[in-house]
Design a binder for this molecule. Sequence first.
Ligand code: ATP
Ligand code: MG
Length: 495
Amino acid sequence: MKEHYYVALDIGSSSVKVVVGEKFHNGVNVIGTGQTFTDGVSKGMINDFDQAKNAITDTIKKAKIASGVDIDEVFVKIPIADTHIHFTEDAIRFGGEATEITGEHIEELLENVRMNDSAGQYETVSVYPVSFVVDSLHEVNDPKDMIAEESLAVKAGVVSANRTLLINIVKCVEAAGLTILDVYSDAVNYQHVLTDAEIELGAVVIDMGLDLTQFAYYERGSLKYANSVGIAGRDITLDLVDEFNTSYDEADQAKEQYGHAFFDLASDEEKMMLAQNDSGQPAEVTSKDLADVIELVVEDAFMAVFEDLAKNGINNVQGGFVLTGGSANIRGIKELMQDLVAEKVRVHIPNQMGARKPEFTSAISVLSSGIMFDELLEYVTIDNYDDYPETDSQNAVNDDQEAQPANFFTGLFAKRKEENELQVNRDEDSYEDDYNYPDEDSVEESQADEDAADDEYEDYADDDAEIRSERPEQEPKEQGDLGTKFKKIFKNLFE
Ligand code: ATP
Ligand code: MG
């Protein structure tokens, strides 16, 4: 059996993180990680293209060495900054013909939602199902293998984000020589840190990083709301700089080694010397002194989160609050939060060996999103086309695409559809071991609809579809009728 690796890239304001992992039972097994601190990113946005690109390249190198996996394809996260969520419904109809629902139907539905959704400077990033309704009757989370005669409908959430933010992240990742398989908003990713009970009852994940405190609210199994506030780790350090008349680096180090977020519990016996900006004499400072400053900043961030939640009608968080991100390392953060709210509070630290730091939460949950969508849509991924064949159907893709409203992801999406034309199938019952690879100069077509599964989800960066897992030694399946497959997809897309 061949391993099927997932690689996640988190371009954070403080550091770029890469996690290489694989699906393991119901979770993720981490194989290797990389992390590079950078000044190229600020408030979750690329602000120095070259620095950010170099940090990405370096981090990928580190992750390659750590994992022993060759990395050229990644899942990328985008932060919850200038992000919107709304809900919509869509359906496909079967006209009385008994139809077994496959991942391909689900893909069609979600892509219909994506294509129909375009809003000014915002870009649809993630479309996630809240529930499916089979024949207007049965509401289920995953309708695969069910039989429908009339319709399959989806109630879907749509996460859209600032277009500039997104384009620059995508460009930078491509410039680092990587192919993007998909982009997921952290709003979608954080669901993976919650337990079933939390996500059902209603819980808030708060990721406090360097520049952003991102938060997302989930209830009855899915994402309901997400936003971010601009008070985070940098503000803590800057306030320490002001208060103790020291340098940024000195204050940062003091924060990370001796910092405490809850004044009542901080020790006045833990002491350190802080170099002073305007004197050769360092000053003695205790943990309690630090806590006096830190508590105020962290409380400000939390209050801003609560205010925003309340403004959006989220007053009752029965499943509790889950704190994560680099700044959740700070001692006393849980106690401070617990002092502010009646609900349960916990800090989430990933439990995977080699990645047991809350700053890796986002990257690891990107992997979980990749696995989740792969399973829902029955994706398999694929293969090299060094010489991408020009076909009539590709031209038709482009023609059709031109009729669509301008949308950054429209191009990406159409490209993915082209790749789907060149897809390989997998058999029904094996997930990792059954990819089919077409010859480089031939075009593979799906088999009968029942076992067809679309492959490349996002692969627009490069004209060549790249290999995502190593090529198993398998015979390609028989070639099918590309035109038929093509029309089938686009009938559902554009009508
Ligand atoms: P952002 O999410 O804001 O774009 P990022 O994802 O790069 O940035 P993280 O890596 O999650 O941010 O967190 C970085 C922050 O965590 C920094 O402010 C750093 O000082 C802080 N941090 C890391 N370790 C500790 C610690 N032990 N105590 C306090 N703060 C810490
Ligand atoms: Mg972050």
